[in-house]
Design a protein around this ligand. Structure first.
Ligand code: NDP
Length: 301
């Protein structure tokens, strides 16, 4: 078997075009352009690239992208004050704090990341990290959905790969990917309807004893671990759909959490790295920014 390659880049482009059209429609109705404020603390090179990519993606979709660059010497209270200002600024619809925050920040003590993320107004929380938005997701009445898992839902939907009644194994239980992914797929209904929900979900993590056996029972295997190519071909059930969230730099190349070559011989469909899940994350950030603007409806002046 040679697995179908699930082209996240193409799907992300499709979504971005849809959002650009919706932004135009929104502005034609007399509203100000949606505006995303990104807060970048310190000089981390990878974070600078991510923020620049987000700015560019915003621009292409007709969304205003503003980056607030703060020095690594910023204190916790200064960072919280910046967030409070942006919460109160009517023309800003979405706020994201680029992670990781520098460990040397806040006078060398490091930031209280939880307190920083909690400070973002839940109505502007386009990363969906706020306990309010996490709680709404848990209860099946979501507002903002976290970008990476939502991108995966969109990818499955647009490739007509359903999850209803199937066994999904999610390897990884982070607040950003694993946990919300599992929760979204276990719901009765979702952003793409009941066919991309209603799964029987198993969450695996670093303490899972029999990981290989559990993975072998997955109709859909989602790896969000951060360990290069740890999911081998023998861990995959023949014909399974494999979604690789991992982005790991090994020497000078990017690899996922799945051994792509081996897995492609066993799976029916698989996302590559790069070009799989990654591009969808930014597309769904744009989606959330437009949604935030619609929820806040700032009138054009
Ligand atoms: P975290 O480090 O927050 O979480 C990793 C999870 O994997 C943890 O739950 C951990 O278990 C589990 N884990 C670690 N080692 C093993 C193991 N040997 N066996 C089973 N489980 C294990 O990572 P993230 O969720 O933030 O990210 C995961 C990967 O996805 C990374 O490569 C990251 O770069 C990538 N990523 C990609 C995105 C994209 O847009 N494509 C967006 C976000 C992340 P435990 O809880 O027990 O420690």
């Amino acid at each position: 078997m040679t697995a179908e390659r699930l082209d996240g880049k193409r799907i992300a482009q499709e979504i971005r075009e849809e959002i650009a059209a919706e932004v135009k429609e929104f502005m034609n109705a007399g509203h100000a352009p949606p505006c995303l404020a990104a807060i970048l603390v310190g000089e981390d090179p990878a974070s600078q690239v991510y923020v620049r990519n987000k700015e560019r993606a915003c621009e292409k979709a007709g969304i205003l992208g503003k980056t607030f660059r703060l020095p690594a010497s910023t204190t916790q209270s200064e960072l919280l004050a910046t967030i409070a200002d942006l919460n109160a600024t009517q023309s800003v619809n979405g706020i994201l704090v680029q992670l990781p925050l520098p460990s040397t920040g806040n006078g060398g003590e490091g930031f209280d990341e939880r307190a920083v993320l909690d400070a973002v107004d839940p109505l502007k929380d386009v990363d969906a990290f706020s306990p309010v938005n996490v709680g709404l997701l848990m209860q099946g009445r979501h507002r903002f959905l976290p970008c990476t898992p939502h991108g995966i839902i969109q990818l499955l939907h647009r490739y007509k790969l359903t999850t209803s009644g199937k066994h999904v194994v999610v390897v990884g239980r982070s607040d950003i990917v694993g946990k919300p992914m599992a929760m979204m797929l276990a719901q009765r209904d979702g952003s793409c309807g009941g066919e991309i929900a209603n799964a029987t979900v198993t969450i695996a993590h670093s303490r899972t004893g029999n990981l290989t056996e559990i993975c072998q029972t997955a109709d859909i295997l989602i790896a969000a671990v951060g360990v290069p190519e740890m999911i081998s071909g023998e861990m995959i059930k023949p014909g399974a759909v494999v979604i690789d969230v991992g982005i790991n730099r090994v020497e000078d190349r990017l690899v996922g959490d799945v051994d792509f070559e081996e897995a492609s011989k066993v799976a029916s469909a698989i996302t590559p790295v790069p070009g799989g899940v990654g591009p969808l994350t930014i597309a769904m950030l744009l989606h959330n920014t437009l949604l935030a603007a619609k929820l806040q409806k700032t009138e054009s002046t």
